[in-house]
Design a protein around this ligand. Structure first.
Ligand code: F6R
Length: 257
């Protein structure tokens, strides 16, 4: 069963998780981190910057792999997830640019995209796999851009974004849903599930229903996050609002840790 941790606020969650990551970095400086973008991890990235500035988090030998990128959005585009990571974390800590890995959203459609996905899988493998994968949770249950479907894709692939996902990302594109790409590149479910440790973050009441289904519902491609139930070392970090629909047994699991 996943280990569930519930905090009073997103800020408290971010503080504890950032200290945890700083501690892991201290004992394992070559840590390979899988990273998510979106609203949820922003407080975590702010706290990691704070830990770094206070001399408690050294990223100089760490490696990162981001989960996903919009198709057709190049590396220098301010709307890219790469730009997001630079803004919130990478420009403010001592990670080596050589060890920051992103999917190239500017890959040529067709064969180019396929080659890009294969390249990413190989790069993860060469790095020795992902040690700690940070995930957010889509309101429809997606992780990375593995959207609800009849079947899921195991490895890094090109995926069609659901209208709800495009709506959620509209703020990055001037609030114009029509401007949000229809496709994205994303790690697949197996890529994610092969991480040694997975830390999923969910905050806010809008995620409560999805959190409940992810933890207590069946494992189904209709809710990709439910596949995390199959992993040996998953932690679900929530604020009270996102945990609101969890019943006694799940909360007890938290206390036993
Ligand atoms: C982003 C990603 C997505 C988000 C999810 C939640 O890299 O992989 O799965 O984590 O859409 O987004 P927020 O945190 O904005 O609610």
């Amino acid at each position: 069963m996943a280990r569930i941790r519930i905090f009073d606020t997103p800020a408290a969650l971010a503080r504890v998780l950032a200290s945890d990551i700083a501690r892991v970095l201290a004992t394992q400086p070559t840590l390979v981190l899988g990273l998510a973008t979106g609203r949820t991890p922003i407080p975590l990235y702010r706290e990691l910057v704070r830990q770094h500035l206070a001399g408690r988090a050294d990223f100089s030998r760490a490696t990162t792999f981001n989960l996903d990128e919009f198709l057709g959005v190049g590396a220098m585009d301010p709307r890219s997830y790469r730009a997001f990571m630079k803004k919130y974390l990478f420009d403010r800590v001592n990670l080596s640019p050589r060890r920051m890995h992103f999917l190239n959203g500017a890959a040529a459609p067709g064969r180019g995209v396929q080659r890009e996905c294969e390249r990413y899988e190989r790069a993860i493998e060469r790095a020795g796999g992902i040690d700690v994968q940070i995930l957010g949770l889509g309101m429809n249950g997606h992780i990375g851009f593995n959207e609800p479907a009849r079947a899921l894709v195991a490895r890094t692939h090109c995926t069609r974004l659901k209208p709800a996902t495009r709506r959620a990302n509209a703020p990055l594109f001037g609030n114009r849903i029509g401007a949000v790409p229809r496709e994205a590149l994303s790690m697949g479910m197996a890529t994610i599930l092969h991480a040694k440790r997975i830390v999923l973050l969910a905050t806010g009441s809008t995620k409560a229903r999805c959190v409940e289904r992810m933890i207590t519902g069946p494992v189904t491609p209709r809710l990709p996050a439910s596949f995390l139930q199959l992993h040996r070392h998953v932690e679900i970090w929530l604020d009270r609002a996102a945990a609101a629909r969890l019943g006694g047994p799940e909360r007890t699991a938290l206390h036993r840790g």
